[in-house]
Design a protein around this ligand. Sequence first.
Ligand code: ADP
Length: 793
Amino acid sequence: MSSDERYPVLPLKNVVAFPGTFLTLLVGRPASVRAVERALEQGKRILLLAQRDGGIDDPDPSDLYQVGTLGRIAEWRRGDAGNYEVGVEGLARARVCETYSGDEFLEASVKIEREAEPNPRAGQALARHLLESLSRLSELSPSFPSEALENVRRSKTLGFMTDMAAGYALRGVSERQRVLEAVPVRERMELLIALIEDEIEVLEVEQRIRQKVRRQVDRSQKEFWLREQLKAIHEELGTDLASEIDELRRRAEAKLMPQEVAEKVFKEIARLERMPQVSPEGTVARTYLELLLSLPWTERSEDRLDIAVAKEVLDSDHYGLQQVKERILEFLAVYRLTREKSGSVKGPILCLVGPPGVGKTSLGQSIARAMSRRFVRISLGGIRDEAEIRGHRRTYVGALPGRIIQAMRSAGTVNPVIMLDEIDKLGTDFRGDPAAALLEVLDPEQNHAFVDHYLEVPYDLSAVVFITTANSTHTIPKALLDRMEVIEIGGYSEDEKVQIARRHLLPKQLRIHGIDPRYIEISDRMFRYVIYHYTNEAGVRGLERRLAAICRKAARQLVEGRTARIRITPHRLLEYLGPPRRVHALRVATSQVGVALGMAWTEYGGDILPVEVISMPGAGQLITTGRLGEILQESAKTALSYARSRSKLLPEEAVPPQGTDFHVHLPEGAVPKDGPSAGVAIAVALVSAMVRRPVRNDVAMTGEITLRGRVLPVGGLKEKILAAHRAGLREVIVPKANEPDLLELPQSVRRELKFHLVETVDEVLDLVLLPSSEALPLDSWPIAGGQLTVDFG
Ligand code: ADP
């Protein structure tokens, strides 16, 4: 049915009105207000047309859908601002025929759409379906009004039912408009059901997502809660496993390690994670991981192998030692060349040999500094257990890695300089042979995969520079000695010590004690005084200690303000260091019968060694005391036979009677002595005792003898002569064959000493035996002990 009647048009924003429903609308737009007023004047009919776009305020006819609802204004109220609140009852579907744009508002003529109800069976089925869908929707959508279902069910016709249901169920303008435009009821119902099902589907998905989110929130809440609990437990126990494991993993990921090691680390972390929190096993795993993660695997320091720089460093750190420094520089040059050529270094290991305090350790430090590498020292003294080098298996309680691995850890780089100190003091016993393990450490063929029992994974030591030290080479296991290049450092003369003290030791001690060098004055004479009266050593360690003591006392006086500047005098030294306490090399106060001054070499440098002999009635035996080794005993026998053969040259009355015993004693009684070099001194003392002529007490002698009185060369000459010099002696007798060794002595020492180079014992006797007139009668010879005085200088 179409009519020519024109109805005022009320454009609707964001809403579609359905016939059979009641709509309350707020009308504010001027055109709409005018349309409402016109409707109220004209039978209250108004055409409700939805806008295609809710955002337009002043719509043209083209902005409006062409199907709408003809309504009747059932209620209205005019607001103060001229706006209206109207209640409109939807009457029928209306299709616009023509639109008229008046001055103030739109009008339209319409065709009322008649709708055909479906056949009852199909209608019923559709209605049931629709109601079911709607009820499902109402369950899912929280905003669905509770009375809606009932209202829909009570609708009089299927058309109204569908329209009302659409009014409740659909939100979107375009969907509602589609339902509005579906005129045949069956088609409308099917469309609405499909739309509702779509909506249900969307809502179900939403719900699933919501539930999932909720579950996740629930779970993470639970985890959070559990974690908090765990944290509290760990706090109670004083541990924090979770963060510890995280931390370990983080460190493991950040650390560069060989594949094999990384695998081990992650396996071990996983194992630790599964262990009970507080267990001995956990502690073992932790310490082990700690080691793996703190060991350097790839970290290395940039090498510097500039020989000029190395020379500078060695010179600035050490006074003198020219030959030693040369050897070290040669070593570094070879190191550099072999490395450049083959990438690896298979050269020998340096071994610095010498008495304590001659600078072996500090030379090692300088080598490290020159190469710009880290320096670590391992003391091997007294190590008897192979496990000290190679570690204990982790299954042992309190197992530790060996010293090599420990040193690597403290170095923190794979290429440090490692000093193996006192390699001559290694022991061997039932616990294995540490020397064998060391051999592996030092062997370039093997040490790229050194196995420590604790570590388990092989460790590459090939980039390490090993330097060893020893006091003497005698007790270094032969296999080790073969691998090493020995550099001997003999000990210092007094002059050298003065220079070392002035240039190095004192400045160092002043620095340590925070004393400004201007506040303290020590003359060379005073250094000498300290050296002579307060020390007795080949090196300078004791000297350094004395200087430290001086600095300590001086610092106190300076701080107390008792003096502004300190000049060191013998008097001050008495105050600072006490009375001179040097136990001088057993110097003999007077020339005596049966006492000759030998010279000895010890690990602690040289020393002078008086040989005492007495003769007494007996069975013609040779007695030796003073812990003489086999070689020394033999050389005493040789000396006696030689002396006896010489006594034949004596006047009758001077020849000792048959059956005279000779007793040879070497102080100090408790120190074991050995070696052939005391031969000359023993022979001289024996002859002296036989012929009762005293031996000069200002000449020291050394040399091995043959049965027929020839003098053979000896070792350790430099130390021996330095010791004689230290003891204040100014003449020495040395084997002629040792003449080249004298060149090793410092100039100053050579200048001050008079050397007698001899080939036979007879020459020695000529030099040292004093005229017999000064000899004491046989029966008044003092007994050994009484003859010696300890000279305190
Ligand atoms: P060692 O290892 O041979 O027992 P050290 O290296 O411990 O001796 O030396 C003891 C001290 O003497 C160190 O402070 C060292 O620097 C110093 N020293 C030794 N020789 C010299 C030298 N020729 N020049 C400077 N200082 C030296």
